[in-house]
Design a protein around this ligand. Structure first.
Ligand code: SOE
Length: 378
């Protein structure tokens, strides 16, 4: 019988659901030495909280996260709150010796992030940030192909994350549903919310970024604030594009917006190497497009690899070859890896320290957009 790992989750929105689903499903599919036990969920609205706890199977509720982090029966704190609360909760959780799983981005900025890293490192507690797209099997497979030298020298890395849900000027900012539009709660707009995903995948696959040059735009300058009821200035970036240089000499091109009409969550990436290229698209997430120049000339062309076979990453844990999995499974994979890390006492990527690198790039992107010049990362 697997040993219990007692989870206390703070926040119960969209991410609270993805994480809870992962905790509930992981041991049905993965053999792990530990099994998550949903001990408590924390939020401010006691009624809604109880509904959430009942639906997902949490044993208890707390309306004050400070009480939750003090509880002796909790092993790990899962932070699914708006970004402006990550820091305070993580610092307190580390001080109480709790493991921490934190939603992305790690913090509001790199300064906060650095202090969070120091806190978990000092406490010696397991820590990870939920950059879930690393654990799409096709992306993990891309990592294997790159690390084994299959692409050769890398020249280009291109990524987009496009959405269209904030185009209406009538949409308010702030509050439970729309905190992502409120700079005070989110820190930034698409840079921290969407490009952070692209950056995390990019540095995992292609290494560190040296410098960036960026532009941002806020198309709707004022919106009603849900909490104050007043028209207030919008402080987030609605769109951001940046160029960068990676340490391996390759060039990066990134774009994200919430104003690309017709696109709901289109995350795409392409990597061009000396021997081969890779393409991936979140809307077709189980496929990896592969072009290999070493193929016989008359057979050369883009291959569409259906990453669902037993020898593809994570796939032997699911159904049978050829049957697909989806978005929610990336979180199950993260929990499975976390439980393995706990059993073996090994770090689970991305750790806070690794996610801090993404935070530093986001900070450099925002700074560059403000200054209108190339900016060094870090
Ligand atoms: C925003 O709409 C959002 O939900 C992000 O916050 C998530 O991190 C991303 O995976 C999907 O889009």
């Amino acid at each position: 019988m697997a040993k219990p790992l007692n989870i206390g989750m703070v926040g119960y929105g969209f991410m609270g659901r993805t994480h809870s689903n992962a905790y509930n499903r992981v041991t049905n599919f993965f053999d792990t030495e530990y099994r998550p036990v949903l001990k408590a969920v924390c939020g401010r609205d006691a009624g809604q909280l109880q509904d959430f706890a009942d639906r997902w199977g949490y044993e208890s509720t707390e309306t004050d996260w400070r009480k939750l982090v003090e509880r002796k029966d909790i092993d790990a704190i899962d932070i699914c709150t708006p970004n402006n609360l990550h820091y305070e909760i993580a610092i307190a959780a580390a001080a109480h010796g709790k493991m921490i799983l934190c939603e992305k981005p790690l913090a509001m900025n790199a300064e906060e992030g650095e202090r969070m890293c120091q806190a978990v490192e000092k406490a010696g507690v397991m820590n990870t940030v939920w950059y879930n797209y690393r654990r799409v099997p096709a992306i993990t497979f891309a990592k294997q192909l790159i690390d084994s030298g299959n692409l050769g020298r890398i020249f280009h890395y291109r990524a987009n994350f496009l959405q269209d849900w904030t185009i209406s000027a009538d949409l308010p900012q702030g509050g439970t549903a729309l905190w992502r539009l409120d700079a005070a709660a989110a820190g930034s707009g698409v840079t921290g919310d969407l490009l952070a995903h692209c950056i995390d995948t990019a540095i995992w696959l292609n290494g560190s970024v040296q410098n960036v040059t960026a532009m941002t735009e806020t198309f709707i300058k004022e919106r009603k604030h849900t909490l104050t009821g007043k028209i207030e200035k919008v402080g987030i970036d609605d769109a951001c594009a940046f160029l960068c240089r990676f340490e391996n000499g390759s060039l990066g091109l990134f774009e994200s917006t919430r104003y690309a009409r017709g696109h709901k969550a289109l995350y795409t990436l392409e990597i061009n190497g000396e021997h081969a290229s890779i393409k991936w698209d979140l809307h077709d997430l189980h496929r990896l497009q592969w072009f290999d120049h070493r193929d016989e000339g008359n057979l050369r062309g883009w291959r569409s690899i259906h990453v669902t076979d037993g020898d593809h990453p994570y796939m032997n844990k699911w159904w049978v070859p050829g049957l697909q999995i989806g978005y929610e499974h990336t979180f199950v994979h993260h929990v499975a890896d976390f439980l393995t890390g706990v059993a073996q006492g090994t770090p689970v990527s991305p750790t806070f320290r690794q996610a801090l690198e993404t935070q530093k790039i986001c900070d450099a992107v925002l700074k560059s957009a403000k200054l209108g010049s190339w900016t060094q990362v870090g």
